[in-house]
Design a protein around this ligand. Structure first.
Ligand code: UD1
Length: 365
């Protein structure tokens, strides 16, 4: 039985890698990887295949960057041809990017069952493109694999029948556990001349935070204030890099002492940087979960999170982007004792649970 696994953007690769491996171990299931090319750079895409020990994709759709409508349409058009040709028994999509919703729509309309990994997460904020992608994908997918209790509750409250929901845990944590040793062996922290537990790791890329000049200026102010107290490492997403250039603020960035601006990092290097950081400041989705697992304090600069378990049980907290207040809180949390629990089923076995359930589903079809 053939399963297509869809990957498109950076946060998809570490989720599909363990599922692909678990499928390959199964006697009767086979796994194909289709890469839409939503992210296409060496540093946003290729390096992840290499570091996560994934084979080259079976198909590469090369859609690239464009507006949401154009990107989604390009993915749908190209993916339809792949589905016609491959005739898969099931399409597996992960996360909440445009590739996730585009491929779900195509498969469902071709009467191919769809499984969604990381289903049920809701920020309640429909201005986020990812929230729309989540809602639509969950509405049409046949199997919904959930990472945390809020996901089950959200799906139930939207009227989804229990038979479609499986609380399997977090495949991103499967990858983290598999590659943690290799990450430490990269030596990136020493290479950057940083000391363990003595720097803040920062990432920012949400359109709502960086797509307008005021947002980028506030970010610059935050970096400047933070770097007065501690070293700051800032691997910059291409979206954020583009905005700094567009607003002519990139020179100012270069002038801040103790700020280390890096290109997007490989999976292993980023994992090592997270593990050794004193505090992580971010607006990402997945990093909230990885820091919770690593028990590293995390401050998320957003109004909401679709991953509340990272706050209720883990190390995460939400804050507005008020530079002075964020710096105060970072300094407080730098000295904080490790706290937080590991959420249930974040144990390295999520991909195996998914494959078991997929097999049961396909065998009963
Ligand atoms: C996408 C996802 C988001 C995810 C993020 C992680 C959607 C709607 N958004 O946002 O959920 O958190 O990926 O990275 O699917 N670019 C490059 N090289 C690349 C990829 C992108 O230079 O390899 C540039 C593009 O030209 C564009 C910008 O980065 O200007 C943003 O890329 P885009 O694909 O629009 O969305 P992300 O912000 O990356």
């Amino acid at each position: 039985m053939k399963i297509i696994n869809v990957v498109g953007a950076r946060p998809n690769f570490m989720k599909v890698a363990p599922i692909h491996r678990a499928l390959e171990r199964h006697d009767t299931l086979s796994s194909l990887i289709v890469h839409t090319g939503q992210h296409y750079d060496e540093e946003m895409s290729d390096i992840f295949f290499e570091q996560l020990e994934m084979p080259r994709p079976d198909r590469y759709l090369g859609v690239g960057s464009a507006s949401h409508a154009v990107q989604t349409a390009r993915i749908m058009t190209a993916f339809e041809e792949v589905v016609k040709e491959v005739q898969p028994d099931l399409v597996n999509v992960v996360g909440d990017v445009n590739s996730t919703v585009a491929c779900s729509l195509v498969a469902t309309k071709m009467h191919i069952p769809v499984a969604h990994v990381e289903a049920g997460l809701r920020s309640g904020d429909r201005r986020m493109p990812e929230e729309i992608n989540r809602i639509v994908t969950d509405r049409i997918a046949d199997l919904l694999f959930v990472t945390e209790p809020s996901g089950v509750e959200n799906l139930r409250s939207e009227g989804v029948e229990d038979e479609r929901i499986a609380f399997v845990g977090n495949v991103m944590i499967d990858s983290l556990m598999s590659f943690r040793e290799k990450a430490r062996a990269t030596g990136i922290v020493e290479e950057l001349d940083l000391a363990s537990d003595d720097y803040v790791l920062m990432t920012m890329h949400r359109p709502s935070n960086v797509d307008h000049r005021e947002g980028v200026e506030t970010l610059l102010e935050l970096l400047r204030l933070l770097a007065e107290h501690t070293s700051v490492v800032f691997p910059m997403h291409p979206r954020t890099r583009n905005r700094f250039e567009q607003f002519g603020l990139d020179d100012e960035l270069d002038s801040i002492d103790r700020l280390v601006v890096l290109p997007p990092q490989g999976y292993l290097q980023f994992l090592a940087l997270m593990e050794e950081a004193s505090v992580v400041v971010t607006d990402s989705g997945g990093i909230q979960e990885e820091t919770t697992f690593l028990k590293v304090p995390c401050i998320t600069l957003r109004e909401n999170t679709e991953r509340p378990v990272t706050i209720d049980e883990g190390t995460n907290e939400l804050m507005d982007i008020d530079p002075a207040a964020v710096v105060d809180r970072v300094l407080e949390r730098q000295d904080e004792d490790t706290r937080g629990k590991t959420p249930r089923n974040w144990d390295g076995q999520a991909a195996d649970r998914i494959v078991k359930r997929l097999y049961g589903f396909l065998a009963s079809e």
